[in-house]
Design a protein around this ligand. Sequence first.
Ligand SMILES: Cc1cc2nc3c(=O)[nH]c(=O)nc-3n(C[C@H](O)[C@H](O)[C@H](O)COP(=O)(O)OP(=O)(O)OC[C@H]3O[C@@H](n4cnc5c(N)ncnc54)[C@H](O)[C@@H]3O)c2cc1C
Length: 265
Amino acid sequence: VYDFKYVKANSIKEAEYILSHEPDSILLAGGMTLLPVMKQRLLAPKMLIDISSINRLIEIDQSEDFIEIGSMCTHFTVASSKNVRHHLPALAFLANNIADAHVRYKGTIGGSLANNDPSADYPAALVGMGGVIVTNLREIKAEDFFLGMFTTALEKNEIIVKLRFSLGISSSYQKFKHPSSGYAFCGVWISKLAIDEYRVAITGVYPCVQRWKEVEKNLRSNQNQEIFMSSKIDRADIFTTHDSTILYKEQLMRILGQKAFMEIM
Ligand SMILES: Cc1cc2nc3c(=O)[nH]c(=O)nc-3n(C[C@H](O)[C@H](O)[C@H](O)COP(=O)(O)OP(=O)(O)OC[C@H]3O[C@@H](n4cnc5c(N)ncnc54)[C@H](O)[C@@H]3O)c2cc1C
């Protein structure tokens, strides 16, 4: 690792101040991605700003209409929160199936979203449920947040503060894991937003999370699981690895989509 300075911010304002005054600074959340990337010398920030002591970032609040999850909540916290388990069980399930226990205890929901790995799980939930990313500067709809592989709408001095999810949406998440990392080969999130309105978000298949709009359209007129087998798939941007092909990913989308749909029927 190249030399760097480390500071602990005690408030969002302080973190924002350091970020805007130190050009080569970067936020440190759980460090599960940032530290390995620095060890591999793919990134050499001059200063790490640790935001793990900012109490506001680890709160989970519930109102009549929403649950808001602080960005520094670990996957373990999300998976074990009584509120999340009760109101957003699919999100708790998703968090509990990320990686291994070590990563779940250290990795955070905010870090995962900011990183926007093409195979990360949370982006599917955010887009699938129409969640909102609340930062120190503004509120960003999930749909406008994920721009491409490891790219988001976040600006240099922007800090994810919390994630907002509406209550009363029935959802399911199905994922086929890579056996070594636990990352999604393919993950399908489905939410029922109204009687004949479904939202389907795919992770692990495209450069970043993407809605399967054809299946959403077809489900409006025919709420049958067979729709997942017959709906057209946008193949142009499917990425493959040495252990997967386009056809393989397509089949995963269809089968996992069916499973997810049947769970909320
Ligand atoms: C072995 C392994 C297996 C994994 N498997 C999975 C998996 O199955 N599914 C999955 O979804 N993920 C998986 N991950 C990713 C992991 O879950 C973490 O969520 C991810 O590494 C980033 O979270 P972090 O809190 O560690 O962030 P960090 O590594 O600390 O930061 C990552 C990036 O986000 C930025 N950042 C962090 N917090 C904020 C914030 N509040 N506002 C703005 N920017 C911020 C940082 O500056 C940095 O650029 C895996 C990771 C490892 C190492």
